[in-house]
Write a protein that binds this ligand. Sequence first.
Ligand code: ME8
Length: 651
Amino acid sequence: MKYYLTTPIYYVNATPHIGHAYTTLVADTVKRVRRMMGDDAYLCTGTDEHGQKVERSAEKAGWTAQEFADRVSGAFRSEWDSLGIDYDFFVRTTEPRHAGAVQWLFERCQKNGFIKKDTYTGKYDVTGEAFVTDEEAQKIDGPVEVVTEENYFFKLSEFQDRLLKHYEDNPDFIRPESRRNEVISFVKGGLKDLSISRASLKWGIPLPGDDGHVFYVWFDALTNYMTALGYGGDAEVDPEGLWPADLHIVGKEIVRFHAVYWPAFLMAADLPLPKGIYAHGWLIFQEEKMSKTKGNVVRAQPIDQVVGIEGLRHYLLREIVFGQDGNFSYEGLVGRYNADLANGLGNLASRTLAMIHRYFDGAVPEPPDDSGGALAVLATETIAKVRAHFEAFEFSRGLDAIWALSGAVDKYLVEQKPWVLIKGEDEETKAQLRTTLYNAAEVLRIVTALASPVLPKSAAEIWRQLGQESDLTAVRYAGLAWGQLKPGTKLPGGEAVFPRLDVEASIKKMQELEQEVLKEQAQIMGRTVEAAPAARQKPADSERIEIDDFAKVEMRVGVVMTAEKVKKADKLLHLTIDIGEAEPRSIVAGIAAAYEPDSLIGRKVAIVANLKPRKLRGLVSDGMIIAASGEDGNPNLVSFLEDAPIGARLG
Ligand code: ME8
């Protein structure tokens, strides 16, 4: 059976970090599992390159939007190559074939009467690239703009019943269950028509029949899953017959777009729907979602250099229950590596293979009875268990079962004591030694094959050290059974696959390398860390404002009366600031990373006094404190060298 699975396509607004890599590594594992199940599996990934955010980042960095997209897309592609991701398709939304696919899908929806023109006014979250409700706008840290324009709309409201029926008829369409429930209640709450074009934006795919508009990001982005297969193009369309997709793997924050918009677009275009969507959770680092905006990212390259990428794959899949959020920590990563890989599989492999080299001249011994006893029973059960868990995306449970089998051989070796048996002269002891080492090597072979979707490179190396000439990727669960290791097989030898790591030294090394990678990546985005101020250009005349515009902003000197941390918000402080009014102002400011609350009390600061108040984390913020932000993102409060009177106006 063919199996077509996809990752989301990554925004070129950030260079790859391990949050992105998580989705892709999982998808790569799923592909390998499906192949072991006997499927002909294909993986699609790519980059999402249009939109205002990209246009602005490019401008800021001094590149054209296309140049900027080329650089960052290239960084994603080479990241996936260096991490050994076995993808079959890589789609860039700036490719002409993709424009063809998006226009083709739109025209099908239009022909069927699901497109209309209307005016739209709304608050637009620039970072999230979506119109947002007033309530949502309050919670957004980044810029929110009011946008009014004539748009093309997709008549999403007409699909409520069909979507709900589809969810009901196909209980596996959205997984896990919690996300399915969330989507169902969202759709039950009523669907509004969806604006799918922008007149205000240039950096996008032109709408057929109306060059003044480009497609809005989600209609553009989602279609990539069909672009990969040649839809909308001149070439042969979907030669492998891969549509509908079997699985879209996505992060939980974009499940709605995949489970509501995407099937509605496809229904409108009379096209078959994907069979399933699986939403995974977030990688949390330093208590927040790892993301460029938060600045708490960890890159894969330093980990690859110190622990190896397989250590990361294993850690992410074993430690995090797929579908839920999970913490990343360097300690956890190295700890898992040492426990499961160095001491577990690595140790089992080197011990077993070394004894066969030493006692049997590197040839697998022939046991008098190759039935394998209790170990064979456990191995057979484990094959079935692992297959079932992996098929159900229960990676941590599947890995638990693999390591339980590996642990059982360790115990078996301790009980059998081959290092004592070798000293026995009688036939019975010799036979027992042969049985012991045959059994250990045979379990090692099975464990290696079972772990291969998660550890493809190291498993292939152990496989080779076991003298297996077949390609490990050709092994199928159905053909994996006890007793296939041929006695007499010559073992070619080789290095230990998972050398033990010193925890502290490895962590230190990774953190050092992280700094280097950060600089390299900043260069990809066009921002050299040190050179940033020098690179700034004078604003163009057309961008300059009149003195009257400036006078609208009322800035005043204030003194901090109280300062406290805001609960559950690492970056925020709640301040009261006296600016000479009857009551001090309540202001919430994102400065907690740089200032201890106590150090601010009594300090003179500058604030914007005539901003509309807003609520942050339930607290009123009636004004904005003025600070410079350094390249490291840390705020630096504006202060006065001479004593400025409280309430004095700045200007
Ligand atoms: O959403 N933990 O792109 P994107 C886990 N272009 N996964 C994370 C993560 C984290 N901390 N950070 C990112 C987009 N991801 C759109 C998709 S699809 C038609 C368009 C993962 O680059 C997460 O899976 O912002 C997210 O969905 C994906 O990276 C892409 O994020």
